[in-house]
Every structure is written in structure tokens, then in C-alpha cells.
Design a protein around this ligand. Sequence first.
Ligand code: NAP
Length: 279
Amino acid sequence: MSDELLSPGRTLGVIGAGVMGTALLKGMLDHGLLSRRQAWGTAKTEGTCEEVVQKLGITTARDYDELIADSGILLIAVKPGQAAKVAEKLKASGLRKDTLLISVLAGVSTDRLESFLSTENAVIRAMPNTPSLVGHGVTVYCAGRWAKQEHLEATRKIFSSVGKALEVEEHYFNAITALSGSGPAYMYLVMESLADAGVRVGLPRDLAMELVAQTMLGSARMVQETGRHPAALRDDVTTPAGCTIGGLLMLEDGKIRSVLARAVEEATRIVEQLGKGKS
Ligand SMILES: NC(=O)c1ccc[n+]([C@@H]2O[C@H](COP(=O)([O-])OP(=O)(O)OC[C@H]3O[C@@H](n4cnc5c(N)ncnc54)[C@H](OP(=O)(O)O)[C@@H]3O)[C@@H](O)[C@H]2O)c1
């Protein structure tokens, strides 16, 4: 693999062009990482295949056996329970030794995917989150046994096209799934609650929601762009005996820190169980 994502004549296929698979294809196409001719996707139903053709203008096929041999990168984005079936199909369809496999399957370790494949293909495990759909996701990724630096670099390029991409050690994956994978849901709940609170004190709902969404976005950017600790930024907006310190006291009374910590702890526990095949 050179500086280009793909070697000449090779393609990138997305096995499972659903919500996440399509978001990644769109990001790569929008950022010029590949041309429409180099990309293809597959899904279980004709309806999804047609939707992808309309949305992205790439080749799709329910039966993709013939597309495997030319693929340089295969992105696996089916549901986790389909991993073994997909691995079998890839092997039976002439998967080349130098094809990189990138999996976004929640809870499926690189070890497990490699054992399903029983080949020496480079495998990368990644965990994106849904804001990837609007180009503001965060993805973590790690290398399997046979993956080299060039494969990690290709992965970084792919996930950077839909947000931030960070290489991490695989043992962090469960905690990260609970924090940034599930994280958008926590943020939506906070946003919904704050918008309700705005309505409670007399604001129209649309206005309250717009204020909350922009405040969340702006606060996140303040943390990222100033590099300052959230506690220091919070201190900046709390004047003595003011309204903000009063509001913060109520949040502390409601044990907001411990509630959030318990939420992430519980989600981590559940991900661990899912990874062991229990539900
Ligand atoms: N969505 C997220 O926020 C998120 C975040 C991180 C990781 N993930 C991971 O991403 C994966 C996909 O999630 P998703 O939300 O994108 O699900 P999804 O929208 O249901 O996409 C799965 C796709 O796989 C296709 N498919 C099913 N069986 C197949 C097979 N045997 N061969 C080829 N394609 C097949 C489905 O086709 P049809 O549409 O025709 O049924 C569907 O398009 C999951 O493993 C999940 O753990 C998702």
C-alpha cells in the first residue's frame, strides 16, 4: 500500500452498506480518498442496494463474490452476529492475502475476527460513533496480529474523513464503546432535558432546542480549542452569588457526576458481556 489509499486496479468494498457503512463511504468519496469507480457496497436486500446507488452513485451488489478478488480494502459493517458468516464468504470468494480488513463490529475482537478468517490478512478493529454521519464522529482503532503501519495509516485516513481518528490499545475498546460509542445518546438526553427546562421557564421549544444544541457545540469547541480544563472554563462563567453558581449547585445536589459515572460503568459492563456472547 502506497500513499494512495488503494494500489492501482484495487477497490474498496463495504460489506454491509447500512447506516455506518454508507456514512464511511460518503466521507471517503467527499474527501476524494477514492473515486466512485473504486468503491462498492453490498447489503442483504435489494432495497438497501438501490438506496446506496441513488445516494452515492457507486456499484452495489447483493452477491459480491466476484468483487472480492480485486479489493484492496474491505470494510466490514454488518451486525456483529454476521461476522463468522461474512468471513467464510470472503475466504470462499478468493480473498487476496494482501487485502486489508477493517471491522467496525461492536464487541468483536481482532483475535475473534482473525480466528473466523484463519488467514494472515491484516485486520484492524475500529469503533466509530454516529456523529460520523455528519462528519463529526470520533473513531478509535487498533491493529490485529498481522496489520502493519501502512494499514494503520490507511485506517486513519478513512476515519479522519468522518471526524477524528485515534489509535488506541484494544483493551480500551469496551470502555470507549461505553463512553464515545454510547456517548451521543447521553448527550441527546442532556439536550432534551435542558430544552424541556427552557420550556419550563417560558421559552418556545424550537428556540430552547436551538440554544441548547449550539451551547453544547460551542462548549465542546471551547474545551478542544483552548485546551483548558472544563473546570477552569466553568469557573470563568460563575460570578459570585450569580445565577450560574446557583444552577451548578442544583446539578451537584442531583449527583450529576456520580450519575454519569454510573451510566458509563453500566454500559461498559454490558459491552463486556456482549463481547463474551452473553446478552
Ligand atoms: N450505527 C452506529 O452508531 C455504530 C457505531 C459503531 C459501530 N457500529 C457497528 O456497525 C455495524 C453496522 O451497524 P449499522 O448501525 O450501520 O447497522 P445497519 O444499518 O443495519 O447496517 C448493516 C448492513 O449490513 C447489511 N447486511 C446484513 N447481513 C449482511 C450480509 N450477510 N452480507 C452483506 N451485508 C449484510 C444490511 O443489509 P440490509 O439493509 O439490506 O438489511 C445492512 O445494510 C455493527 O456491527 C455495529 O456494531 C455501528
